[in-house]
Design a protein around this ligand. Structure first.
Ligand code: UDP
Length: 452
């Protein structure tokens, strides 16, 4: 810890892997700048307190039943959490504020603010009533966060016209999406989602500021200044947050460390790493197509297949084609979870077949690993277009989960001149983003001084 500044920050992450990682990284950055850290968290997907002995953790009940806790419907999960956590969170926060009042002068630390995810929508009025500034942590790409509030209007006004439009044309209302991407984003159950996103917009605008982790001028120049105009609150960007404290883990799953010695045995830039993050699922037949796409390509591969990766599947092991497993030998390794940042940093990794979650995308850029994009939903579709069409550091599969398409994309990336050009552009982007982290390092987007 830097010298203590006598200030304490309360953090309240959404209990999803893609939100916990950036929140814990932010905690480490603030701690290194002298802040004491208290994390309030749900019982569901609780971060491992023992991995962070310098922080104080408080667990609150979240009221989720066993079935609710295993749902893959993220909107439903977030609605339930918002409904169930309001009262226990209020009690916990109020107690914390009162306990500070009763501390002796010597041990007194002022609680300076609450930082929580934009997806917690009850915390803004609560913080206001307690006279506590609230900063909103945001784990989306800036352009997605700012533009996604227009989706309900687009759904009302454009949905039918979009169905008749040329699907591969650019969606002018939401660049750089194509019409088919926008249609896919709009094609979800709406009522709950629309009113939820309206609440997110209102509570973000009423907050004391927004922190975009994993965003920086180099990756978000298209939208940062517009976001400042839209929200009219201070905006902080801290760049790829994992690069400040590399190797530190806030994983909810246990990583299979055997993948590192396996990677050590592979040639430089030869391995295709495959992972679709912590939530996305695939069907049994898609798993079979991906298996053969990887198996038929000549590249070694490291593939993350989470225990719950396959929807309504049998045990994952039974789902793989028998001949594929027999052929696997040393050329492929399948694990249920990896230390991903360490994997992407490894000299043997030459490409990343990814769902383009924002964390995975930025982690890949930070390590200069070109991507094959297979987005499934929501912001992943936008991130994938940035990767393949704006920065041109990846190949888009256009949703075709077919063995020949996958094999062909791997060949293009690893063996053809197109792949070389992609690799060169990725190297340049990595350097640009790396420079920005270095320059920004001391300031952290002004965050440390501003929240004091
Ligand atoms: N991750 C990991 N090991 C894995 C797969 C993913 O540590 O085997 C981490 C990854 O490094 C990233 C996070 O899980 O930080 C996934 O976040 P992302 O935004 O990419 O996707 P989400 O899980 O939210 O869809």
């Amino acid at each position: 810890m830097g010298k203590s500044n006598g200030l304490r920050v309360i953090l309240f992450p959404l209990p999803l892997q893609g939100c916990i990682n950036p929140m814990i990284q932010l905690a480490k950055i603030l701690h290194s700048r002298g802040f004491s850290i208290t994390v309030i968290h749900t019982r569901f997907n609780a971060p491992k307190a023992s991995s962070h002995p310098l922080f104080t953790f408080f667990e609150i009940p979240d009221g989720l039943s066993e079935t609710e806790a295993t749902t893959h419907d993220v909107t439903l999960l977030l609605m339930l959490l918002n409904r169930n956590c309001e009262s226990p969170f209020r009690d916990c926060l109020t107690k914390l504020l009162q306990s500070v009042d009763s501390e002796t002068e010597q041990e007194k630390q002022r609680i300076t603010c609450l930082i929580d995810d934009s997806g917690w929508v009850f915390t803004q009025p609560l913080a206001k009533s307690l006279n506590l500034p609230r900063l909103v942590l945001n784990t989306y790409k800036v352009s997605f966060f700012r533009n996604h509030f227009v989706l309900p209007k687009l759904r009302r006004e454009m949905y039918l016209a979009l169905q008749d439009s040329k699907q591969d044309d650019p969606a002018e209302e939401f660049p750089p999406l194509r019409n088919k991407d926008l249609l896919q984003i709009l094609d979800v159950e709406t009522e709950v989602l629309d009113s939820y996103s309206k609440m997110i917009l209102e509570t973000t605008k009423a907050s004391s500021g927004i922190i975009f982790v994993s965003s920086c001028e180099e990756l978000d120049q298209d939208s940062l200044s517009q976001a400042r105009e839209d929200f009219k609150v201070p905006i902080f960007t801290i760049g790829p947050s994992h690069s400040y404290f590399p190797g530190s883990s806030s994983s909810l799953f246990t990583p299979d460390e055997t993948c590192i010695p396996w990677l050590d045995k592979q040639e430089d830039k030869s391995v295709i790493y495959v992972s679709f993050g912590s939530i996305s699922t695939i069907s049994e037949s898609e798993l079979v197509e991906i298996s053969w796409g990887l198996g038929n390509s000549d590249q070694p591969f490291l593939w993350v297949v989470r225990v719950d990766s396959v929807v309504h599947g049998k045990e994952c092991v039974e789902t793989f084609p028998k001949e594929f497993i027999e052929k696997l030998n040393e050329r492929g390794k399948i694990v249920t979870w990896t230390p991903q940042q360490e994997v992407l940093k490894h000299r043997a990794i030459g490409g990343f077949l990814t769902h383009n979650g924002w964390n995975s995308t930025v982690e890949s850029v930070s390590e200069g690993v070109p991507m094959i994009c297979l987005p499934f939903q929501w912001d992943q579709l936008l991130n994938a277009r940035f990767v393949s069409e704006v920065w041109m550091v990846g190949i888009h599969l256009e949703g075709r989960i077919e063995r020949n398409e996958i094999e062909r994309a791997i060949t293009r990336l690893f063996l053809e001149t197109e792949g070389e050009a992609i690799r060169e552009r990725m190297e340049l982007l990595k350097e640009k983003v790396g420079r920005s982290v270095k320059q920004n390092g001391d300031r952290c987007g002004g965050l440390g001084s501003d929240i004091g």
